[in-house]
Design a protein around this ligand. Structure first.
Ligand code: GDP
Length: 434
């Protein structure tokens, strides 16, 4: 059994899409196991530049089966729209399979996401308003709708009738908005049913057979470890677990099948929306890093919002790799730092006068201050380097410093947004150092 999980060690936007698109070239299946169309993965390859939201990043490889597993939040309209969009831009029709157990993001989830953020005003979470928090809330209070329910009209009607009772009370009395009619919603859902039907199957059985046949499977995480509801910066977290451990659950495969966990680590830090961000920088310094970062600046792939930026945070990333269970690191966006004379790296926090190496609980994070060391910059464009030994020695030292701080071997270094801008594999048999 050979399953590799590609997951984020930070706050998301680490470049998982790029790494998945690259590693999918040697894979048979790529599986999304959590989240929905709330975040974006940017992929740049021979077909152009794409921001994928719900489709797995293996869709550019004709021989890869791309799966949305049972743990995914399925917005049917968004799924179909995204698929049509990439095909209209010349990508060969991808092989896509959607779990018949995946639950549906309903139109009311999107409305509630927006209405609640509006109600919270200044206290809002900075949701991308794709309906994901209300979706997972409904799933766990057991009023969600599985996609297979669309093909049993009596069951579907009764599910949405009971879901809508409290929702219509909230719409009318809390938010002062129009209520939702069961019949209108049912008509729309039955229309969606026919459109999604060709993609549905028992993906758990499909993946079981794939593993028995020794096929190569990639799990693609969305967001990063610090957004995990249990282990992250709650409540500034997402609503599903982006951890490799949950990958097995959300994809429907045995936990022991996941043998490699590629933890994608950004060479500096970015964070979207509100919440504690210890190494955040502001002003002109931040503006410069934001404009030089990512493929076209550090702006959200889904919302276009400017991302908050900061220096590399060794405390948060070490913890992120630990809760991911990283066996290797893919260090991304190293090329971006080539303009700096000196690069601050945070190796510890100071909380109430005490030096801390372990990531504090959210209640303490607001008081944490970064302890920096400055490393010399390399002041060069490294985007065409393809071997570690050809990196400027300052860049090699930066990578080694990060490796030491996080305690996991760096196996890949990404030096540009395009598929081929990569160094690695660097090590033969990656194993975590801790
Ligand atoms: P994901 O959600 O983890 O896939 O990350 P995003 O796509 O949201 O953000 C990563 C951004 O960095 C995108 O704009 C990518 O095109 C870009 N990117 C990925 N790897 C590299 C890299 O090594 N160098 C540069 N300059 N940009 C990169």
């Amino acid at each position: 059994m050979s399953v590799t999980a590609i997951v984020g060690a930070n706050w998301g936007d680490e470049g998982k899409g790029k790494m998945t698109d690259y590693l999918a070239g040697e894979s048979d299946y790529v599986v999304r196991f959590q989240g929905g169309n709330n975040a974006g993965h940017t992929v740049i390859n021979d077909y152009g530049m794409f921001a994928l939201h719900l489709l797995p990043s293996g869709v550019f490889h004709a021989n890869v089966v791309n799966i949305l597993g049972p743990g995914v939040a399925l917005n049917i309209a968004a799924f179909l729209r995204e698929r049509e969009e990439i095909i209209s831009r010349g990508v060969p029709e991808p092989v896509l399979r959607v779990s018949d157990r995946a639950q549906l993001v309903m139109p009311y989830h999107v409305l509630f996401d927006k209405y609640e953020e509006d109600r919270l005003g200044k206290r809002k979470f900075g949701s991308t308003q794709a309906g994901i928090a209300p979706f997972y809330a409904d799933k766990y209070v057991k009023v969600g709708v599985q996609v297979a329910d669309l093909f049993n009209v009596d069951r579907l009607r009764s599910r949405i009738e009971s879901a809508l009772v409290p929702k219509n009370i909230l719409l009318e009395h809390l938010y002062g908005k129009p209520t939702i009619s069961v019949e209108d919603l049912l008509t729309d859902l039955l229309h969606d049913a026919e459109r999604i039907k060709p993609f549905l199957c028992d993906t758990t059985a499909l993946l079981h057979d794939a593993l028995v046949a020794d096929k190569r499977v990639l799990l693609e995480g969305q967001l990063g470890a610090l957004r995990d509801p249990d282990h992250g910066i709650y409540p500034w977290s997402t609503s599903s677990s982006p951890l490799a451990g949950f990958g097995a659950v959300g994809a429907g495969i045995p936990p022991y099948a996941v043998q490699r966990i590629v933890s994608v680590v950004k060479a500096y830090s970015t964070c979207v929306g509100a919440g504690p961000f210890v190494t955040e920088i502001l002003g002109q310094q931040a503006h410069e890093l934001r404009e030089r970062g990512g493929a076209e600046g550090e702006y959200g792939a889904t919302t276009g919002r400017p991302r908050r930026v900061g220096w590399f945070d060794g405390v948060a990333t070490r913890y992120g790799c630990r809760v991911q269970g990283a066996t290797e690191v893919a260090l991304t966006l190293l090329d971006v730092l080539g303009y700096l004379d000196e690069i601050p790296v945070c190796g510890a926090y100071e909380v109430d006068g005490e030096i801390r190496n372990d990531f504090p609980v959210p209640a303490e994070l607001d008081y944490a201050k970064p302890v920096y060391q400055n490393l010399p910059g390399w002041k060069r464009d490294i985007s065409s380097v393809r071997e570690f030994k050809n990196l400027p020695f300052q860049a090699q030292d930066y990578v080694k410093c990060i490796e030491e701080l996080v305690g996991v071997p760096v196996n890949w270094i990404s030096v540009g947004p395009a598929r081929e801008s990569i160094i690695g594999p660097i090590i033969e048999q990656p194993v975590a150092a801790w």
